[in-house]
Design a protein around this ligand. Structure first.
Ligand SMILES: [Mg+2]
Length: 238
């Protein structure tokens, strides 16, 4: 049994701005401000970390942010639903991803999970909008921690609890599109595949030291081989 932990935006789905549109509308609705949201780089960051940065830019102290940040999620999810339903901002699956997930599920010896900065409900809704719902058994999310580095251990613990396999962190493979994905795997001793489908240049990703760098997930056989090469195969009693 192997444990594969996928990022969402830029890895599984091509975002077309639904998250940003929804967050802008939600922040305006609850606080009447957004900070410099249009130029802000969301990539690799957890949702609460994005909101904290924008509120700091707006002059809020962390104490006030801690007290009021939770107010944003209900309107965020409401506006996200609207953005995901709009043809302008609905996400689509990244190249090869539907076929890859189908193959991994059919092989039967992979546990598919998520490690994403999205709040859990946001991840679910984005995946559903891209037609990728129902594939992932566990996840760790921005709603679990503002710090992405906290997420792989949580995902591994949840996978172990669900499966009874007792996964170790160094057996998990994180798949993501940003330097933050690579780092959150590295600091936890997990293996990591970087994919250059989220706007980061392959050279930049390579410089952060992933175990493997792929241009995309389009070639199903090549990706399956890459997983095997990193040890994601059936092993003895596991
Ligand atoms: Mg991403």
């Amino acid at each position: 049994m192997s444990l594969l932990l996928f990022d969402v935006d830029g890895t599984l789905v091509k975002s077309r701005g639904a998250g940003r549109v929804a967050l802008r509308a939600a922040m305006l609705e609850v606080w009447g401000l957004t900070g410099p949201i249009d130029g802000h780089d969301f990539r690799g960051k957890t949702d609460p970390w994005i909101v904290r940065q924008l509120l700091r830019f707006s002059g809020w102290e962390d104490g006030k942010i801690d007290a009021r940040l939770p107010e944003v999620w209900e309107p965020y999810l409401r506006h996200l639903d609207a953005a995901l339903a709009s043809s302008r901002t609905r996400p689509s699956p990244c190249a090869g991803v539907p076929r890859l997930l189908e193959r991994l599920t059919a092989e039967g010896h992979h546990l598919l999970g998520l490690v994403t900065g999205n709040v859990a409900e946001g991840a679910t809704r984005k995946l559903r909008a891209a037609g990728l719902d129902g594939r992932f058994e566990i996840g760790a999310f921005g709603s679990d921690s503002e710090c992405r580095d906290d997420l792989p251990p949580l995902a591994v613990a949840r996978a172990s609890r669900l499966s009874g396999f007792g996964f170790r962190l160094d057996e998990a493979i994180v798949i993501g599109d940003t330097p933050e994905d690579v780092r959150c795997a590295r600091v936890n001793g997990a293996r990591v595949i970087a994919v250059a489908t989220g706007g980061f240049d392959a050279g930049v990703l390579q410089a952060h030291g992933p175990d493997l760098l792929l241009e995309d997930l389009a070639d199903t056989e090549a990706v399956l081989e890459a997983f095997e090469g990193l040890g994601a195969s059936v092993r003895g009693d596991r």
